[in-house]
Design a binder for this molecule. Sequence first.
Ligand code: SAM
Length: 269
Amino acid sequence: MGCFLRIDWGTAMDIKVKVNTLLELLRTEQRSTFPQALQFKERAPNRWYDGVPEYLVDIYDWAYVNPKWVAWLDQNMVVRVLLFGNDARLMRIYLDEIQPGMKVWQVAHVYGDLVQRVAARVGPLGRFHLTDITPIQIEHGCNKLAAFPWARVIRANAATYDSGADYDLICSFFLLHEVPEEKKYQIVDHLLECVPPGGKALFIDYHRPAWWQPVRWILKGVNAWLEPFADALWQHEIQDYASCPKAFTWCKRTFFGGTYQVVRAVRNS
Ligand SMILES: C[S@@+](CC[C@H](N)C(=O)[O-])C[C@H]1O[C@@H](n2cnc3c(N)ncnc32)[C@H](O)[C@@H]1O
């Protein structure tokens, strides 16, 4: 006897509502089960967790805090896959902003060899400061930059770090989508405060993909499951997080059907 399953998906509007409900369910499910599912039976020693913000431990323990996972994830291929092969061109835009001898601050570590490439580009006449808030990321950053005496790795919060230096360029490479909303305001404002006249801040991050971009649906699922703070960048402009946007000249470019954005803010003289 044949069995015929009839599915009534309703109108296009109904489908949208159903997808959104499903994503909300996934989000709730992820919060309640995913961190436990990925936690190691024996948590790594506490020195890896001391002073690490709650949002990182709750949401990104496996991605950025637990050394066992980080050892495995810190490679170019991981970044390439995460960015659907757009890593090279997005990194190139950042590297092209750097002239030898510049003072550059990168506000958080990035997997793979980006930080060595930045340090090499800055060169011995410049200065490169890399900050991160997580102990294991600092350890990886130190190992990578040991051969570049003009580079410093500092454990610090991007929202408060104050080196007193006049940076020519401050770069946030895919940090904003991983921090809670109030931190986005603090980080954007703080980075902009640290930009002297003529200097610039560069924000490279996710953006709302065009309706026709197929990865839009993959990213909607990923955001609902793993990245609860990322959706805000689909809804808001980065300059909306700044309390003094008029002090800067802003330029925004998007890539890969709107999936990524590069926002440049140059402080007016
Ligand atoms: C730059 S983001 C994402 C980078 C990208 N997904 C990659 O492939 O590496 C990840 C880094 O941000 C760091 N981070 C998160 N919140 C931070 C904060 N408030 N200040 C400084 N670093 C922070 C994490 O410790 C982590 O190393």
